[in-house]
Write a protein that binds this ligand. Structure first.
Ligand SMILES: [Cu+2]
Length: 477
């Protein structure tokens, strides 16, 4: 037997055997990871990897800028004899899509999506992955050309990691671009288990960029008054970028004249046509890396398919607060509250669903059944007469539907009306530096899969940096 293979198997067995101990001293275990499991596919010809690793630098070349992932932290790492070592916990993460809208997701190291891994081509990397979930888990490194036993497919390339168990992944990075890591269990993906894996090239691609951002797009089915996503649903009522729904998505800030890259990754059940206002971009990269041609295609909308990455770049010469969003209309909403109203009010009304659970199809999966039709406004004939009048769009400037309707009897009560929303939530974000200087009422136009690229005059950009620094120092006190 190949000695590496034997070591690999022994490593797995050891890991499974120490799961209980690992759980009680998980933090300490990280400082002394299990015996290194050399990839089974590693051949003598690949020894140069290890040699390369010892000479790997921790810093990319000076013309490469660090990637910013709004609302998502960076994954810390440490050196261990030429290897960058990351400790990753797969675990339950309670988070908020919007202030007050708590959601129970699964993620990594307390973050959903997981912290951003930022490394350099040529790095030797090791990931000590601990499973703190109540079920089996394994980690897949999406798009990376690595030995198959590091590929993280349970049952195929490794044994699944038991609850409380640990598995060590280690490989050398031979690519650069926008990659990601995720659970290879489908329902776990729908619970949020993904993070960015950015690999910088030895020297920056030309023309080099001044700002580099990373965004992850996800869709969720979560009933009102519930906090747990239904991973089997086919109807999605929450759409997030980096774990936030607009207007809680933190804007990307750039100075006028800078060249900007936005890296985008989609993991969910829907494709997203991502549209940028006011700027023409070029697609410069995919989930496979840099596009090897200088003849780019201009655009302002790029279809971000499931499991794909797209890098777009543009010269930010046009001052303003520019929306970047999915253009699917249902992805430009939060909660789909307009659906919920009729369902809530329809109790006991014949064809209409009796409960939110049956009506939204998110628990029992009957959203497409005939008897559920009216609640979704799909039925224009049979059953439509059972639809009750519901309030449609609140008036601009009003905070609540009821408020908007006071003194306007009958107004805004149209059966089956589509019910767009315009809800000013500015006060929720007062004091958030990145939103400084936005027009009053800006939150009314921000929902679902939306964020902003703010192309700022240098003075305003600097002012916001000062506000951020002041807030950070205040928080540190
Ligand atoms: Cu979309």
């Amino acid at each position: 037997m190949n000695p590496y293979r034997r070591n690999f198997l022994r490593g797995v067995a050891t890991v499974a055997g120490v799961s209980a101990a690992a759980r009680t001293s998980a933090q300490h275990a990280h400082s002394s990871p299990p015996e290194r499991q050399a990839p089974a596919g590693e051949r003598s010809g690949e020894r140069s990897d290890a040699q390369r690793a010892t000479t790997a630098t921790s810093e990319p070349s000076s013309d490469v800028v660090s990637v910013e992932t709004p609302d998502v932290p960076r994954m810390p790492w440490r050196w261990e004899t030429g290897v960058k070592v990351f400790d990753i916990r797969a675990e339950h993460v309670r988070t908020e899509f919007l202030p007050g809208r708590t959601v129970d997701t699964w993620g990594f190291n307390g973050s959903m999506p997981g912290p951003t891994i930022e490394v350099n081509e040529g790095d030797r990397v090791r990931f000590v992955v601990e499973n703190r979930l109540p079920e089996l888990f394994s980690m897949h490194w999406h798009g990376l050309e690595i030995p198959v036993n590091m590929d993280g497919v349970p049952g195929i390339s490794q044994k699944p990691i038991e609850p409380g168990g640990t598995f060590v992944y280690e490989f050398t990075l031979r690519q650069n671009g926008t990659f990601f890591y995720h659970s290879h269990m489908a329902m776990q993906e729908m619970m949020g288990m993904i993070g960015l894996f950015i690999i910088h090239p030895p020297t920056a691609h030309r023309p080099r960029v001044d700002r580099d951002f990373g965004l992850i797009f996800q869709g969720w089915a979560i009933l009102p008054n519930n906090t747990i996503p239904n991973t089997l649903a086919m109807e999605f009522n929450w759409l997030t970028i980096n774990g936030k729904a607009g207007p809680a998505t933190t804007p990307m800030l750039v100075k006028r004249g800078e060249r900007v890259r936005v890296r985008m990754v989609n993991l969910g059940m829907d494709h997203h046509p991502i549209h940028l206002h006011g700027n023409t971009f070029y697609v410069t990269g995919t989930e496979g890396g840099r596009i090897r041609t200088s003849a780019g295609e201009p655009g302002n909308t790029v279809l971000l398919g499931v499991a794909q990455a797209r890098d777009v770049e543009f010269e930010a010469s046009n001052l303003g607060d520019w929306m970047l969003h999915c253009h699917l209309p249902h992805h430009m909403m939060n909660q789909m509250a307009s659906m919920v109203g009729p369902i809530m009010m329809s109790h006991g009304r014949g064809l209409q669903p009796q409960t939110m659970e049956s009506g939204m199809g998110m628990v029992d999966g009957r959203a497409l059944a005939d008897e559920s039709g009216p609640a979704f406004g799909r039925t224009l004939a049979v059953g439509a007469e059972r639809e009750r009048p519901v309030a449609n769009m609140p008036l601009a400037g009003a905070s609540h539907t009821a408020h908007a309707q006071s003194g306007r009897a009958g107004r805004g009560l149209i059966p089956g009306y589509p019910q767009d929303m315009f809800m000013d939530m500015d006060e929720m974000f007062a004091g958030k530096p990145e939103t400084y200087g936005l027009a009053p009422g800006w939150t009314g136009g921000m929902m679902g899969m939306m964020t902003l690229v703010r192309v700022l005059e240098p003075a305003l950009f600097d002012k916001i940096q000062q506000l951020k620094a002041a807030q950070a120092s205040k928080g540190a006190e």
